[in-house]
Write a protein that binds this ligand. Structure first.
Ligand SMILES: *Cc1c(COP(=O)(O)O)cnc(C)c1O
Length: 442
């Protein structure tokens, strides 16, 4: 959250209007649209991810996937540190009572004000992406009379798999080129107030295939080994990044990586002996694996009609609440499953047949639209959907990561959806973000 966004408590949870079918027990009776995040599912996703990781290792939760304070504090309680990359994510981590010393502040472009704010809050671990970033952090730390450490983010480029570094990779805002670090290590080891303490590699995202994910970590390990020698200074942390996959707005399970821990442990024994004693500490990062499955977006049907032979269903949630970034290819293309809230897409309509105004009898595929005044607000042109009628409750599964916070909430001025926190079905909290215009000088 920025300081122009705040969370409004809404203790009265509206009853479900016109809900003639009993909702599944996992669906609390809430007003829609609503994101529901279940903490029991966060805990099981965390346990599952930990079981794939070599021990000992640290795990950072990347707030980018879902900065809801209750999600963040659940993951902190489970032992995750917080990886933040903006003032809003920093505020969310602090609101979740993550101690500043457990926060890693990353990002390829940081304003001096951002660093000042983080330093003032007590953050002492950063990631930097360039020679300039090293100097900027050193000067900021000096302003605060602080001594900080940083992980140097590395852009290994492509073609660096295996021994040595062949730099044929892509230009990127992220990280300093491995080749340049190896050639000029003194530029990257820090100054009086900010010293290098490790390397930060983040080479992949959303890889369900164990072999491919393992290969990406192998590359990270090889690069870390080479640069550790080139830098010639003690490195406390080797952050190997992430890449763990998760279903996105579709039914499905978290991928399994049963052989990953053993494979990586063997490679780490070779490349970074001492890692079993935390010399260096090996770290991983995840956003989506930890949170994707905890969330579902509940939405109600606002209208159903036939338009030139096509069934058109208009929902109370659209690209303003889910998938706005899919068009930017920042997240995978959105092909959401819109299902009955119990997760069963095949269930015949239990509602919607009780009124004379019901428009849809034939459950053919439907065009699924949101409420926004733009034809862009279409989740699907032709999606299987049982017969539905205005007022029916539907759900998009696995939207706990890159859901609300990767969407276009300001576009067209609808209120933000409710965010409801549950634990095994029990509602713990229900509120929504609001956006307030403030004096820019304040
Ligand atoms: C986005 C990001 C993550 C989280 O990615 P997921 O695919 O959600 O796990 C982790 N680390 C860094 C540096 C990132 O930018």
């Amino acid at each position: 959250m920025t300081d122009t966004a705040s969370r409004t408590d809404s203790t009265t949870v509206a009853p479900v209007p016109r809900q003639s079918a009993a909702p599944a027990p996992s669906v609390p009776p809430v007003a829609t649209p609503a994101y529901v995040y279940d903490m029991a599912t966060v805990r099981s996703a965390h346990a599952r991810l930990r079981s794939w990781l070599p021990e000992p290792s640290e795990l950072y939760y990347s707030l980018k996937a879902n900065p809801h304070p209750d999600v963040v504090s659940a993951l902190y309680d489970l032992g995750c540190r917080a990886e933040v990359s903006s003032p809003g994510e920093l505020a969310a981590a602090l609101e979740a009572r993550v101690p500043a010393h457990d926060i890693l502040y990353t990002g390829p472009g940081k304003r001096d004000e951002d660093l000042d704010e983080a330093l003032k809050a007590g953050v002492r671990e950063f990631a930097v992406d360039s020679e300039h970033g090293v100097g900027q952090l050193d000067r900021a730390a000096a302003r605060h009379d602080a001594h900080v450490t940083y992980l140097l983010r590395v852009n290994p480029g492509g073609g660096s798999r295996g021994a040595g570094l062949r730099m044929t990779g892509d230009p990127s805002a992220f990280g300093a080129d491995a080749e340049d670090i190896a050639a000029h290590p003194e530029r990257y080891t820090g100054g009086e107030n900010a010293r290098i303490a490790g390397l930060h590699l983040y080479l992949a995202t959303n890889i369900a295939d164990e072999q491919a994910l393992g290969d990406s970590f192998s590359e990270a390990i090889a690069v870390a080994r080479t640069l550790r020698e080139a830098l010639g200074v003690p490195l406390r942390t080797i952050d190997l990044g992430g890449g763990f996959g998760a279903p996105y707005a579709r039914a499905g399970e978290l991928p399994a990586y049963p052989g990953l821990a053993e494979r990586l442990a063997g490679e780490l024994d070779e490349a970074l002996p001492g890692w079993r004693r935390n010399e260096p500490t090996v770290a991983f990062e995840s956003g989506r694996y930890l949170t994707a499955t905890c969330g579902q977006l509940l939405t109600r049907v606002l209208d159903v009609k036939n338009s030139h032979g096509q069934r058109v269903v208009v929902l109370d949630a659209g690209i303003n609440h889910l998938g706005g970034m899919a068009g930017l290819r920042r997240v995978p293309p959105l092909h959401p499953d819109v299902v009955r809230p119990d997760g069963n897409p095949a269930e015949p309509a239990g509602t919607g047949t009780d009124g004379p105004d019901d428009a849809a009898e034939a459950p053919g595929p439907a065009m699924i639209c949101g409420p926004l005044c733009t034809p862009l607000d279409t989740w699907a042109r032709s999606h299987p959907l049982p017969a539905v009628a205005p007022g029916d409750l539907l759900a998009v599964p696995n939207t706990g990561a890159y859901g609300l916070h990767a969407s276009l909430v300001l576009f067209l001025g609808h209120p933000a959806p409710l965010e409801v926190v549950t634990d095994g079905g029990r509602v713990l909290r229900s509120d929504r973000l609001t956006f307030v215009r403030r004096d820019g000088a304040a």
